[in-house]
Design a protein around this ligand. Sequence first.
Ligand SMILES: Cc1cc2nc3c(=O)[nH]c(=O)nc-3n(C[C@H](O)[C@H](O)[C@H](O)COP(=O)(O)OP(=O)(O)OC[C@H]3O[C@@H](n4cnc5c(N)ncnc54)[C@H](O)[C@@H]3O)c2cc1C
Length: 560
Amino acid sequence: MNPAIILVSETRSEELLDEFGRYSRDYELPTAGSAHEAKLAAKRVVAEGGQVAMFVTESRLPDAEVLEAFHWWRATVPTARRVIAAHVSSFREDAERLRGGMAKGKYDAYLLMPRGPRDEEFHTAICELLSDWGSTVAEPEVVAVAIVSPVEDALTLSIRDYLDRMGMPNRVYAPDSDEGRAVLEHVEGDVAPEYPLVMDLGKRVATARSVRDVATRIYGRPADVDVDRVVDVAIVGAGPAGLAAAVYASSEGLSTVVLEAEAVGGQAGTSSMIRNYLGFPRGISGMRLAQRARNQAVRFGTEFFTGWPVTSFTPGEPDATGEPRPHVLHTEGGDVRARAVVVSAGVKYRRLDAPGIERLVGLGVHYGSAMTAAREMEGSDVVVVGGGNSAGQAAIHLARFARSVTILVRRESLAETMSSYLVGEIGYNPRITVQGCSEVIEGGAGEDGRLGWVTVRDTTGGTEERRDCRGLFLLIGAAPYCEWLPDAVARDGRGFVLTGRDVPQRLWREGLPPESLETTVPGVFAAGDIRAGSMKRVAAASGEGASVVPLVHAWLDPTS
Ligand SMILES: Cc1cc2nc3c(=O)[nH]c(=O)nc-3n(C[C@H](O)[C@H](O)[C@H](O)COP(=O)(O)OP(=O)(O)OC[C@H]3O[C@@H](n4cnc5c(N)ncnc54)[C@H](O)[C@@H]3O)c2cc1C
């Protein structure tokens, strides 16, 4: 059964139906004349085992204010995207009244109902929202990678998380399902298969013992770069800073290799919806942004190796003539030699030091927003720890699936640490509760071996409460990824890489500070969150990634 787009209008449902005719192959298109009818239609779809992908409504309804109607529909289907298609006669007048609701996340888009054929602007907005729904809610119909496993254990979930972040549609099948049996037919030899088995687009099947096995099979390993080759620039980390550096460096003719420990996108890639990045008025999921940037860089010739952390780095010393030798980046999959290096390894979440938590990572406990795990939280009670924007976004995304989401913070409220648009959206969401002056002090497994409970302590009175909890999402501040860097790359007291005039004078060369994004090692630059003093935003990181490229050019060719 196809998912439904419910079209709601008292007098113009025929017009809407005509406009949405182009979607009729892939979606059911029930119509409703009122808010109440739309709610009944949604209930019917759900009762029949279907899914509602979207509500599209006029800005005025006969029986309810449209924002109130969204509230009802959200209670019925929290995952559906919500769109207002306002008729031209009321578009301007209603915009003033309704736009505030969009900023608070009460709905996703305010559009002008098409007034003629081929209004592709309107349909671009609809397609983007459907694509976002499809990649975060629905299981994909057409998979690029099939995983066969009798259980969705921590490894299977990590593989799915990696594939989701790389934009590879994937699904898990039981070995005795039709799809599972079809994959098993491709296993070579007579040995009993070990799970999880992974089949890629080329129909190659293999047991995956780690996420890296999957990454290597699909994207290769750094040793694939010819050992004698010296690339112009190697970029460590494919978050927004590294991706921007890759796009600009390769588009300007530099040979460019990116080494990434996990999947492309970095922290931004784990964000369910980035709403403050320039040029995306309806927001963009971090995964899509990362995919687009990666494709852009690949088109210009960048080579990416994902799943390979740089484990150490040997800076190139000048040779006898004073010419710099190449820098060497070491990974477990081979070395990469480069004339210039951009360090854009970002930050990672601090670990929660509470008994019982660490061994349940991947089994209900997740660091960062863990987009893939959200789907598994259907009907559960979950806890998000953290008061920053990343915690807010995670809570809103989780509330689409979970029965209840509690945000735990040590401070009294979120006001000081979270953007007000997110605080507003959280306040409006009936499934999310904020609990101030609280911390998680212990956790443990339920009967199935996954997280079953946590103990929460009230930091003012010291009282402790053990509560059921199937998902714990930890977004509790971040520290730089720099343990692999040699001491020659100077850092501040917290480990962030120093660049330009932030470098203490005693480390300057010939009385001069390094260039603005240059570190204390000539030819090694830093961009994004890992850089001391950076702004810790997507736009700032990508801006720095772009700005570092002219400095790389100047280093490679000082006469230019
Ligand atoms: C859930 C969430 C939501 C967010 N939402 C927003 C938002 O809405 N708006 C906004 O402006 N900002 C947002 N941020 C912040 C923003 O994502 C970061 O500021 C930005 O991603 C920093 O980019 P970066 O490239 O410097 O580092 P990162 O994004 O941290 O990327 C660094 C990359 O380097 C890799 N790496 C680390 N060590 C190594 C190594 N040794 N070898 C190879 N690779 C390595 C990491 O795996 C990672 O992929 C959000 C952050 C999170 C976590």
